[in-house]
Write a protein that binds this ligand. Structure first.
Ligand code: V47
Length: 367
């Protein structure tokens, strides 16, 4: 292979021979401006694993509450309980919203929300079991370790018993949120008091030993440096070596509007593609890398399909977290638009369910 940046040549040799990349390799990739070479290496791995396929799903996002006891500096979604804009949806309202908004062919409801000390384990189990009863064929992907650790504390239970109760109520898997940046020196500045990396990994450890799958994320493009990102990726890789269970990694591109970091410019388009590609290269044991179209924008999510990503997320329908932070993308999209966008960048759209089983009889033109 030829590379504009000769420092990438030893890394290229490792990638082509399937050798694992080191912390220093990760830093060298971030130090390089040779994005075409980094992208080509990531694309090589992506095509080796997934060929020309790009996955999407038919899903619906619901945020059961926006009240939040924490004050994470990167968040524009949480409201204090006294704020007139704060809300808590009752379990029956969550079911009613799902019934009203669920797109044709929906296979997944994704639910995450704020931390409210008034809500105990019974509330979460009730919305999960009500949804499961109303829509038995739809996978319920809900709660992050941040919420689970908080529920365990508020309900005076262990993390394991919270997870078991949720699983018994109908929780199918867990989304990847709450990871942010693990390194304490950054975590303390962006989300002080929130569950630390030990709590985050302990929750996934319990979940994965129960045989339940989950995703993982990294919030980048704020005050962190390349070494914090590589450290984050390597902690995820280490967990995956030991426990498996992560299906997909989603690098989350920071949106600064209306947050405690509104003075920051947010990540460049260059950093977004570089991070997708480096994630693919470092996380050799996590099967899927998602370019979340809501956060990256549709055009960047398309380009990302040639920089290591093999998933674009789904119909979503009603996104709130990033739109409160200034995202300009639509709040949801139709299946036909998603399929068109995937084909328009030269990939083959494959509809999947939450566990990455191919949906055999895909809905052709759900809205
Ligand atoms: O943990 C909050 C992030 C996460 C902002 O598992 C922000 O399939 C950018 O994890 N700018 C929650 N990011 C969302 C999440 C997710 C999304 C889509 C798919 C999946 C999946 C998981 O959102 C939080 C935080 O890291 N976040 N505020 C913001 N201003």
């Amino acid at each position: 292979m030829q590379a504009a940046d000769p420092k990438l040549l030893p890394i290229a040799t490792k990638v082509y021979s399937g050798e694992r990349l080191s912390f220093q390799d990760g830093l060298a990739l971030y130090e390089s401006f040779d994005l075409p070479t980094i992208g080509a290496l990531a694309n090589h791995v992506r095509e080796r694993m997934h060929g020309n396929r790009t996955y999407y799903n038919i899903n619906l996002h619901i945020n059961p509450t926006n009240t939040c006891f924490m004050s994470c500096k990167f968040c524009a979604f949480g409201r204090k309980a006294f704020n007139p804009d704060s809300y808590i949806l009752k379990p029956e309202e969550i079911v009613e919203r799902a019934r009203r908004m669920m797109p044709k062919g929906c296979t997944e409801i994704h639910l995450v929300g704020g931390l409210d000390p008034r809500l105990k384990i019974e509330y979460y189990c009730e919305y999960v079991s009500s949804l499961h009863e109303a829509f038995p064929d739809v996978h319920i992907k809900t709660l992050t370790p941040v919420e689970v650790v908080f529920i365990a504390r508020m309900s005076k239970m262990s993390i394991r018993s919270v997870l078991e109760k949720l699983r018994d109520a109908g929780m199918g898997s867990m989304p990847g949120g709450g990871a942010e940046i693990f390194e304490p020196e950054i975590r303390e500045q962006i989300c002080e008091h929130k569950c630390d990396s030990e709590g985050w990994f302990e929750t996934h450890r319990e979940l994965h030993t129960m045989g339940v799958k989950s995703n993982c994320t990294m919030l980048y493009g704020h005050i962190e440096e390349p070494r914090h990102r590589i450290d984050h990726l390597l902690r995820l890789r280490q967990h995956q070596d030991e426990f498996g269970g992560f299906q997909c990694f989603i690098p989350l591109s920071f949106h600064p509007a209306n947050t405690g970091f509104s003075h920051l410019p947010g990540p460049s388009g260059f950093l977004e593609l570089q991070t997708i590609a480096i994630s693919r290269l470092m996380l050799d044991n996590i099967p899927h890398i998602k370019a979340y179209w809501i956060m990256l924008g549709i055009k960047q999510a398309q380009i990302a399909q040639w920089f290591g990503a093999n998933d674009i997320d789904g119909t979503v329908v009603h996104e709130e977290i990033y739109h409160d932070a200034g995202a300009l993308t639509p709040k949801g999209q139709s299946v036909s638009d998603l399929e068109h966008q995937i084909r328009a960048c030269g990939r083959v759209p494959v509809q999947r369910d939450t566990l990455y089983n191919e949906v055999r009889d895909p809905v052709e033109s759900a809205t």
